[in-house]
Design a protein around this ligand. Structure first.
Ligand code: AMP
Length: 481
């Protein structure tokens, strides 16, 4: 955190209020450097570690710069994974909560028709994975003519996943006059080339990695034979007794195997890998974010950008073969100023991968001896006790911000010729309510949803039961979700 105040950036009250609600008291270094420049609309390329607060570094300027009245998307954010697209869109909606900013996430595997109907509604910001964004462009369901801001998030990952041509092709569909921001944990040559090809005199910002790599995370390695890895994993978890832990494996098969073993050994555990249905992946991730269970076993799909509060330990059950992957995996812990531990199991044949990681992060990782039998015996009682307790549930920052928001359902929409302005006009005239109390409005063919802010949900609900909209009395109740 820095000594600057968000107010110093001259951002509007609506956004400051949301940041306060999210518990953001002062900007992080990347926010301090990026926000003022982005607000002047100068292109920026940012090298910054995951966990440094970069979503807000681009999300706050986006919310500040977009014009609420414009219905077509004004900002496009490209992310490499579906989980990240979802998370970034939720974060942007949180920053823009009181300006009523609507962000739409578009990603593969979710029904196309659902997304195109979302895109037909007012969407100030679209966050998507390159493949699905391109699909929408090709089918004319995403109008990019008003896009003034482009963010390429996790650019290095985007390239390593082979998205470069898609990204370039998407860029060719965007208006030339725009603010482009590129974020990357590492800046390989290809990413730099991309910056210079598609950005206008970008300002290069580099955030020292010391903050997230050295100080917040305690790194250690254990050298172990392949056949003894599982036993060591158990001993380490007993001695460390983590509150919340991600165990990374290289393959889906290994994830399946380890999760089954841990489950049989009484751990509260679940898994995420690319072979699972997307909905299931989201559900597991959400449950883990909430703190429903302590151990998540995952492949690298969970390593990127995903923001989960208070993960105390990351264990690399399998040494990552790519040095960058080490940084992304371990970046899941030690986030936003908290301390974390990163533990890596290395087999004797993997020393060259370890050497590459050490060179990359710029320091040698402490090598530790396996916990002694005695240490394990001593720690076991406390560990068992903890295993029987339900983990402490974590409060989702976004949910906290949503506390005073009620979503109302109305049984009328486009087919009854009802538009958002009709809701605003009617609700703002109710007694004790102003236009400021109205949040995001979604109009579908036969139903509509209106968010009511500032704890005014109950009084709006009561009055709307006998108030007409465009001469029609609609059924109204609190929406299911
Ligand atoms: P990110 O790098 O965007 O994934 O953010 C990492 C974590 O830091 C997230 O949990 C954010 O909610 C949190 N965060 C970002 N900026 C701030 C801030 N200025 N103050 C407190 N927490 C923050």
């Amino acid at each position: 955190m820095t000594n600057t105040n968000f107010k110093d950036f001259g951002i509007s009250y609506d956004i400051l209020r949301a940041l306060k609600g999210l518990g953001f008291t002062s900007p992080t270094e990347v926010q301090e450097k990026v926000i003022p420049i982005a607000l002047t609309k100068r292109d920026i390329s940012v090298k910054s570690q995951t966990g440094s607060g970069k979503t807000a570094a681009f999300g706050i300027p986006i919310c500040e710069l977009v014009d609420w009245d414009e219905n077509k998307p004004q900002a496009l954010v490209l992310t490499p994974t579906r989980e990240l697209a979802m998370q970034v869109s939720q974060d942007i909606m949180s920053f823009g909560r009181f300006k009523r900013i609507k962000a739409t996430a578009i990603y593969g595997k979710q029904p196309f028709a659902f997304q195109s109907s979302e895109l037909k509604q007012k969407s100030h910001v679209v966050v998507g994975t390159p493949g699905r964004v391109m699909d929408h462009i090709e089918r004319n369901t995403l109008d990019l003519s008003k896009v003034e801001i482009l963010v390429i998030d996790e650019a290095d990952e985007m390239l390593s996943m082979g998205f470069i041509e898609l990204v370039e092709s998407i860029i060719s569909h965007l208006p030339k006059k725009r603010l482009t921001m590129l974020f990357s944990a590492t800046l390989p040559k290809d990413v730099e080339k991309l910056c210079h090809k598609y950005m206008d005199n970008p300002l290069d910002i580099e955030i020292e990695k010391t903050e997230s790599i050295n100080q917040q995370i305690e790194h250690s390695v254990y050298v172990v034979k392949e056949a003894e890895k599982y036993a060591l994993l158990k001993d380490i978890t007993i001695v460390e007794s983590p509150d919340s832990c991600i165990i990374f494996c290289r393959t889906k098969d290994n994830v399946d195997k380890i999760v089954d073993l841990l489950h049989d050994d009484g751990y509260t555990v679940d898994k995420i890998h690319g072979g699972m249905e997307q909905d299931e992946r989201f559900n597991v991730m959400n449950d883990f974010k909430r703190g429903d269970f302590r151990y998540l076993v995952a492949t690298d799909v969970a390593a990127r950008g995903i923001d989960i509060d208070r993960i105390s330990h990351v264990i690399n059950y399998d040494m990552p073969l790519e040095k960058e992957s080490y940084v992304h995996r371990t970046g899941r812990t030690g986030r936003a100023g908290e301390l974390g531990k990163a533990i890596t199991l290395v087999t004797p044949y993997e020393d060259k991968f370890l050497a590459a990681v050490e060179k990359y992060i710029g320091f040698n990782i402490d090598q530790k001896d396996a916990p002694s039998k005695q240490d394990v015996v001593i720690a076991k009682a406390a560990f068992k006790e903890k295993m029987t307790q339900q983990p402490e549930l974590k409060v989702d920052k976004n949910e906290q911000l949503n506390e005073n928001i009620t979503k109302l359902y109305f049984n009328g929409g486009k087919k009854k010729k009802i538009r958002a302005v009709d809701f605003v006009g009617t609700i703002a005239k109710l007694s004790g309510v102003t236009a400021q109390d109205i949040g995001i409005i979604k109009i579908q063919d036969n139903v509509s949803y209106v968010e009511i802010l500032n704890g005014k949900g109950a009084i709006v609900l009561k009055q709307m039961r006998d108030t007409t909209i465009k001469g029609k009395l609609l059924k109204v109740h609190i929406a299911n979700k």
